[in-house]
Design a protein. Structure first.
Length: 191
């Protein structure tokens, strides 16, 4: 996403276009990148609308959709056509299971609100530290390095963790440590 967005932004700066058109080109590049790597064109378009465009107009959607199609074609050309994260065969859930999953989703959504507030709290706490702001990245790097040393599964992009989670090969203790110790890696670094 970052590479495709950077390419789109670079092309947008090369030409004399408006800032809105530059935003559309950036979103198109990011969408093409997501679609090329993960092979998920529909999800890539929705992600671009939600995170980058904030609008659903033909002027914005058409270039993004065309870039997404190009990225998906590149995925099938460069990689195998199977899913990026293979999953075992799953049984069809019962209606009771679907109701339980719905409540789990609501609960996780509420937890995510708390997590977002926690990230903002940490960022605000950094601003109140009685040291010069240039030391903030060093403190953040020390925290990330310490956590990464003791819990190396928290480092990297996490593809191995995702594959192991989907295969059911991750013990509950590791899953909880990933949830708790990934918090410093979320969001932007302190301002």
């Amino acid at each position: 996403m970052a590479t495709g967005g950077a390419l789109g932004s670079t092309f947008g700066q090369l030409f004399n276009i408006t800032s809105n058109e530059r935003k559309i080109i950036l979103a198109a590049g990011a969408t093409a990148g997501i679609s090329a790597i993960f092979g998920t064109p529909v999800a890539a378009i929705f992600l671009a609308i939600e995170l980058l465009l904030f609008e659903f107009s033909p002027k914005a959607i058409l270039p993004v959709a065309l870039a997404c199609i190009t990225g998906a074609a590149g995925h099938h050309l460069l990689f195998e056509s199977g899913p990026v994260f293979p999953m075992p065969d799953l049984a069809i859930p019962s209606n009771l299971a679907l109701i339980i999953y719905s409540f789990m989703g609501l609960g996780i959504g509420l937890i995510s609100l708390g997590l977002t507030k926690m990230v903002y709290y940490v960022e605000d706490t950094f601003e109140k530290l009685p040291i010069h702001w240039m030391w903030w990245p060093a403190i953040g790097g020390l925290a990330v390095g310490t956590i990464g040393y003791f819990f190396p599964n928290t480092l990297g992009v996490g593809y191995d963790n995702i594959v192991n989670l989907l295969a059911g090969q991750v013990p509950l203790t590791l899953m909880l440590s990933l949830c708790f110790f990934q918090i410093p890696f979320l969001g932007n670094s302190p301002r």
